[in-house]
Design a protein around this ligand. Structure first.
Ligand code: GTP
Ligand code: MG
Length: 205
């Protein structure tokens, strides 16, 4: 089965659960702190510059943005958390929306938790990791902004991320740079494995 990442459409911006699509397409959720690079990673995967918006105003993405790729899968850009200037009310609204989204068994197919390779994961990152674990669905951690640190820091920082998030051995961490494109093929491979289970097979054909 072919998968054309160029064929990407913006579907909708959901402010409440009733807005979320519920068809048979798998849903790949991108979650992470505001400014960690969710939109940039999506753009990189699709080979587009300005498709998912890249925020000049962090914390403004308060909706769940749905993109459909090649009519086969949704990329779900979850609103970023941890932005200091967001009001208490807004934070509570965010928490409720995400919690409901995760509680809905029909939605999540594969989770992608983005963290910053430079830093120790925050409390919010740990909470998010816990939601993914509790979902019972597979997830992968993407450690973004690799281009911003020295090579000697990559390995120790990856180990610190695994330890802080208390990741089970089955959860892979992929080093990534949305800026430079590093990690793109590996992450696309994981995504494709989960949408039809047929990607590797096709490559071998
Ligand atoms: P919200 O939508 O506010 O939650 O943010 P986001 O997680 O979607 O982050 P976004 O993609 O808007 O990126 C935030 C900033 O980080 C932008 O200025 C990006 O250009 C920058 N950025 C993202 N990924 C990378 C990366 O891998 N390397 C570098 N150097 N900068 C990056
Ligand atoms: Mg964004």
């Amino acid at each position: 089965m072919k998968f054309n990442t160029q064929n990407a459409e913006f579907i909708l911006s959901a402010a409440k659960m009733a807005d979320c699509p519920r068809d048979d397409l798998p849903q790949i959720a991108f979650a992470g702190r505001s400014n960690v690079g969710k939109s940039s990673v999506i753009n990189r995967l699709l080979g587009r510059k300005n498709f998912a918006r890249v925020g000049s105003a962090p914390g403004k993405t308060t909706h769940i943005n749905y993109f459909r790729i090649d009519k086969q899968v949704y990329f779900v850009d979850l609103p970023g958390y941890g932005y200091a200037k967001v009001s208490k009310q807004e934070r509570a609204r965010w928490g409720k929306l995400i919690e409901q989204w995760f509680a809905d068994a029909n939605l999540l197919t594969l989770g992608i938790l983005l963290v910053d390779l430079r830093h120790k994961p925050t409390k919010d990152d740990c909470t998010m990791a816990q939601w993914f674990k509790d979902s019972g669905k597979p997830f992968v951690v993407v450690a973004n902004k690799q281009d911003k640190i020295k090579k000697s820091e990559w390995e120790p920082n990856l180990a610190r991320i695994r330890e802080t998030l208390e990741l089970p051995d089955t959860v892979p961490i992929i080093s990534f740079s949305a800026e430079k494109g590093l990690g793109k093929e590996e992450l696309l491979g994981v995504i494709l494995d989960h949408i039809h289970g047929g990607y590797k097979q096709e490559k071998e054909d």
